[in-house]
Design a binder for this molecule. Structure first.
Ligand SMILES: Cc1ncc(COP(=O)(O)O)c(C=O)c1O
Length: 499
């Protein structure tokens, strides 16, 4: 450690200096117009008496590649527009109707009865879990609760429960008090605090992140003062895992954007490789409970960033945690003392409300159970969207059934039924749209990494008003039965008309 943390020196190797250089590198890398140091000054010539702004020299910064998708979507007046950019779960009310088919139709479709799916589109709101509403009500009714500042490290109960949730209550590290956990501002804040801590105190300042990864990772780590390198993760040829290369940052589960996770066997190989090379794992767990956690035990010292945005629907509450597993309780307490020095000048202490909701749910057995049931319902609906999208492909373009005209009102159901037969017959491969689309159901979590290129994505936005990130990632959580056919049409057109 160099010098005093509260007043860092600006020697070339000091952490503050490194962060400053990282910031300059970042700004130079972006399209921002930073003048050379000779002409740049903080008091950028406030021309007294003139109408020009002291900020006239600023050029408009580009929108964030992910959040900018929503900005563009909001501006589009089209009634069929569809936002598949942001990974936020949306509601849909569905009614099932069962009935017998008319004799002639029976022959055509080779089945006896039908089921209709009627969807009731109620504005496609982000879902607030019932258990979250219940916890909030309990908090509101508790008149003993106050709005006092939390400690720098956040709500103590929340921290303990979060460590148990992510590492397992039976984890030796938890039981031996070797874990230090600090409440942070959702997943992003947890990553940033962890990164700042590493930039100050870890002997290595290079972090390897998967290629591809969540678009914010490179910025979070480089602005914290780490040098960012990538390792190969995804193999576009197989649309699966590229199981080679050095590793440090690992998505704990439901990898974003690819939806491709290592198998348990591959996790074990990764663990052994990392331990043999003495690499430090930093797990990013933004989707815990959306798929099986690939890591748990025997990783040795490591960092874990947790978010409750996607798994509890607490997106806007910004609630998350950073846990650092250490070799001893003594190291853990020293680590915590240094984390406080990182947090205090950043945001002093975290907000109380979201963490109180999480703690209320995690510590009550019945509420915990209710949470897991609601979460499973969300995960199941995403899986069903995957299955139905694949089936739509299979059926939509298969002739001679002119089901579109026949069943225009209920085509989701109809395609689903016929599709399921054809999927079986064709061994899961798509027989309509060119290419093998079985990765739609093989991938997991909120996203499908479609394999569409940026031109095809631009085509879908222009012609079909469908918004998604330019890497072809679509949020399955934002789809509904009503919008699936529109997406299937768009993908088919993009694949067949745009190279
Ligand atoms: C892989 C990954 N990490 C971290 C985050 C951060 O999420 P939040 O800050 O909203 O909790 C996200 C959000 O999309 C993500 O996909």
């Amino acid at each position: 450690m160099h010098g005093d943390n509260t007043s860092p020196s600006l020697s070339p190797s000091s952490p503050a200096d490194r962060r400053l250089s990282a910031l300059v590198r970042h700004l130079e890398g972006s399209s921002l117009n930073v003048c050379d140091s000779g002409s740049r000054s903080i008091a950028a010539s406030p021309t007294s008496g003139s109408l020009s702004s002291v900020f006239d020299h600023l050029v408009r910064a580009p929108e964030d590649p992910i959040l900018g998708v929503t900005v563009a979507y909001n501006k589009d007046p089209s009634p069929v527009k569809l936002n598949l950019g942001v990974g936020a779960y949306r509601t849909e009310v569905i009614l099932y109707v069962l009935g017998l088919l008319h004799d002639q139709v029976k022959i055509l479709y080779q089945c006896e009865f039908f089921s209709l799916i009627l969807y009731v589109d109620i504005g496609r709101k982000p879902l607030v879990l019932n258990v979250v509403r219940r916890a909030e009500q309990m908090l509101v009714n508790d008149s003993s609760r106050v709005k006092e500042y939390l400690p720098i490290v956040g709500l103590s109960d929340f921290n303990k429960l979060s460590a148990k949730l992510i590492l397992g209550a039976d984890s030796p590290a938890v039981q031996e008090n070797r874990v230090t956990t600090v409440q942070c501002l959702s997943g992003t804040g947890s990553l940033r605090v962890g990164a700042e801590f590493l930039a100050r105190h870890y002997h290595q300042r290079t972090i390897y992140i998967p290629q591809p990864t969540w678009g914010n990772h490179p910025k979070v780590f480089s602005l914290a003062g780490l040098s960012v390198k990538t390792y190969r993760y995804y193999d576009p040829a197989t649309r699966g895992l590229n199981f080679k290369g050095a590793i440090v940052l690992l998505h704990a589960c439901a990898h974003n954007p690819t939806g491709v996770d290592p198998t348990l066997h591959q996790w074990e190989q990764i663990r052994q490789l990392m331990r043999s090379k003495a690499l430090l794992p930093f797990f990013d767990s933004a989707y815990q409970m959306h798929s099986r956690l690939g890591f748990r035990k025997r990783w040795g010292e490591c960092l874990v960033a947790q978010s409750y945005a996607k798994n509890m629907g607490l997106y806007g509450e910004r609630v998350g945690a950073l846990s650092i597993v250490c070799r001893s309780a003594d190291v853990a307490s020293r680590v915590e003392s240094q984390l406080k020095l990182v947090i205090r000048p950043m945001y002093s202490n975290p907000p109380i409300h979201g963490a109180s909701i999480v703690a209320t749910i995690l510590k009550d057995r019945s509420m915990f159970q209710e949470w897991t049931i609601e979460l499973k319902a969300m995960a199941d609906r995403i899986i069903s969207m995957r299955q139905q999208l694949l089936m739509l492909y299979v059926v939509e373009y298969l002739q001679p059934l002119n089901h579109r005209a026949l069943w225009s009102k209920v085509k989701c159901y109809h395609m689903q039924y016929v599709g399921s037969n054809l999927v079986k017959a064709s061994g899961g491969a798509n027989v309509g749209t060119p290419g093998d689309w079985s990765h739609i159901i093989k991938q997991i979590g909120m996203f499908t990494f479609t394999g569409l290129n940026s031109k095809q994505v631009a085509f879908m936005t222009k012609e079909y008003h469908i918004y998604m990130t330019s890497d072809g990632r679509i949020s399955m959580a934002g789809l509904s039965l009503r919008t699936l056919p529109h997406l299937a049409d768009a993908i088919h057109a993009a694949v067949t008309r745009v190279a």
